[in-house]
Design a protein around this ligand. Sequence first.
Ligand code: GTP
Ligand code: MG
Ligand code: ZN
Length: 363
Amino acid sequence: MTSTSVSSALAPYGWDADWADAFTPYEAEGLLPGRVVRVDRGQCDVVTADGPLRADTAFVTPNDPMRVVCTGDWVAVEPGGNPRYVRAYLPRRTAFVRSTSSQRSEGQILAANVDHAVVAVSLAVELDLGRIERFLALAWESGAQPVVVLTKADLVPDPVTLAHLVQDVETTAPGVPVLTVSAHLDEGLDVLTSVIGGGTSVLLGQSGAGKSTLANALLGEDVMDVQAIRDVDGKGRHTTTTRNLLVMPAGGVLIDTPGLRGVGLFDAESGVGQVFAEIEELAGRCRFHDCAHTSEPGCAVLAAIDSGELPVRRLESYRKLIRENQRIVAKTDARLRAEIRRDWKRRGAEGRAAMEAKRNGWR
Ligand SMILES: Nc1nc2c(ncn2[C@@H]2O[C@H](COP(=O)(O)OP(=O)(O)OP(=O)(O)O)[C@@H](O)[C@H]2O)c(=O)[nH]1
Ligand SMILES: [Mg+2]
Ligand SMILES: [Zn+2]
């Protein structure tokens, strides 16, 4: 297998010169490069230039939830063997991590090497701005560019109502594009197609938000399972159970994920800061640099609340997420956190600059 045929086979999956560079030492060992399209219980499906194959992850997953190979990872796989093992994964550029619901707060990596974190929010149910903020904090923290997609727009036929909902989400998500789509009416899909056309995107959101329906609509064929939910109560049934990575016909790669009931923050301080960028900006103008924005004189945050510029809900939500994050950080082993972040933190900043440039292009 020559490197040219490897790159032409894997380019649609996002393989580029930097990945090829990172892979060089493994190539010398005769290992195959591939991208993980699905993981389940110690096994993963990997797409390689030789075609799809199944490999065992025991070799790279030593009982540590943070070192688990996940969908989107680029890996070095043994060319044969039964079982065939994944021998290493390449340093991640980005990773979407949440804390697990367990009492011992551990991180769980949901997707790796993602450029756009697409948060799907159903318009069939009342908007939960706090939940959107939570998803966005993790999305920013991942190093990917967040995008909010309001799904099932056909259920809000009144354009004025729809515009208000979009505006509510926009004020909740500074710096984040907010799109509306209807998979059923085939509306808004073209804009989303162009957003996800470059790089890898992950679809995140609650069960029943319409992620798989959207993935199918973008793909133009029914690959992901979709299940009718009980009317419009928004309670999905967790139809998608494993993450799946799909190559889109117009370019780009899309990872569908199973709906998340809760997304706990995991060491997401800078992500929280980005979600509440306007509050952090205001805080910079408070008279005291350690202002707690409670009753201090010269507090720019309180002034913005008084003038109606900043909703009280936003400030409360900001405080809540900051506190939650501090609790998680206090409970988690510092070495482990450092390890998780090491790989993609620096690259995330570079990636964001590039994506910002691109975003300005299509907006
Ligand atoms: N009215 C309307 N319903 C939609 C639309 N897109 C999806 N739905 C419905 O929403 C329900 C859930 O859709 P899914 O695509 O399975 O949701 P999901 O986010 O993948 O759910 P999980 O896999 O459980 O996380 C299904 O009944 C879909 O038919 C849409 O554009 N309009
Ligand atoms: Mg699904
Ligand atoms: Zn203040």
